[in-house]
Design a protein around this ligand. Structure first.
Ligand code: KIV
Length: 266
């Protein structure tokens, strides 16, 4: 068992303490992130962008995710590990079970999938079978072609209402965590207060229960040379990667990151 469990994370929410999550794809960074105090390592399918150089997460395979999850597990020193189910690896219930089993057997403690209330049935069935699930809502990068780009979600009231309903439906179905990406800060705060499970934000303001950033982004590394608005370069003013990750953890815990300049309005 990791030192940080689902119970630890639920306790942090109940006590009003922030959760520091960071993406991670290999053993060395897993060790460094743990030593810097990161609570949760997310083996994100963002590895398709930052490791593989694709312009989306769609080309990432289940084998890629299992390989990187196993690598992170080997360097982990007590953090809770979440692993992304990649594009089309949960298109049917049978696929969802097989893909989740592959990631849990590679070392994940929870799987994350992208979608909305339609995920209620797979979430319920996974939870009944012992697999904790994080549901990723808002800007879900696997649907970039449907969205027509990487756009803030939930700005119009009709979208906001749908997001609130999706969050409630997924909690009721048994999701153990929600992740909100690029939604207005006020809406993310409201959703975080309305559910009992931890809500992690990226581009969702300071009032979620925790924060996540892509490792390469917060280290100031970018293939395109343009960082999204919600990113802060924590390498600035630091002399080592370890110190930069430590500064990120402190900023999340002390609520000094994200600032209002990193968030979105309706
Ligand atoms: O794949 C990923 O890294 C993610 C984060 C952007 C939240 O899902």
């Amino acid at each position: 068992m990791p030192d940080t469990t689902l119970t630890t994370l639920q306790g942090l929410k109940q006590n009003g303490e922030k959760i520091a999550m960071l993406t991670c794809y290999d053993a060395t960074f897993a060790q460094a992130a743990c030593q810097a105090g990161v609570d949760v390592l997310l083996v994100g399918d963002s590895l398709g962008n930052v490791l593989q150089g694709h312009d989306s997460t769609l080309p990432v395979s289940l084998a890629d995710m299992a390989y990187h999850t196993a690598s992170v597990k080997r360097g982990n020193q007590g953090a809770f590990i979440i692993s992304d189910l990649p594009f089309m690896a949960y298109a049917t219930l049978e696929q969802t079970f097989a893909s989740s089993a592959a990631l849990m057997q590679a070392g994940a403690h929870m799987v994350k999938l992208e979608g909305a209330a339609w995920l209620a049935e797979p979430v319920r069935l996974l939870a009944e079978r012992g697999v904790p699930v994080c549901a990723h809502l808002g800007l879900t990068p696997q649907s970039v072609n449907l969205f027509g780009g990487y756009k803030v979600q939930g700005r119009q009231e009709v979208q906001a209402r749908q997001l609130r309903a999706d969050a409630m439906a997924l909690e009721q179905a048994g999701a153990a965590m929600l992740l909100l990406e690029c939604v207005p800060s006020a809406l993310a705060a409201e959703i975080s207060q309305s559910v009992k499970i931890p809500v992690i934000g990226i581009g969702a303001g300071v009032d979620t229960d925790g924060q996540v950033l892509v490792l390469h982004d917060m280290l100031g590394l970018s293939l395109s040379g343009r960082a999204p608005k919600f990113v802060k370069n924590f390498m600035e003013g630091q002399s080592s990667i370890q110190a930069a990750i430590g500064a990120y953890v402190s900023a999340v815990k002390q609520r000094t990151f994200p600032g209002s300049e990193h968030g979105f309005t309706a």
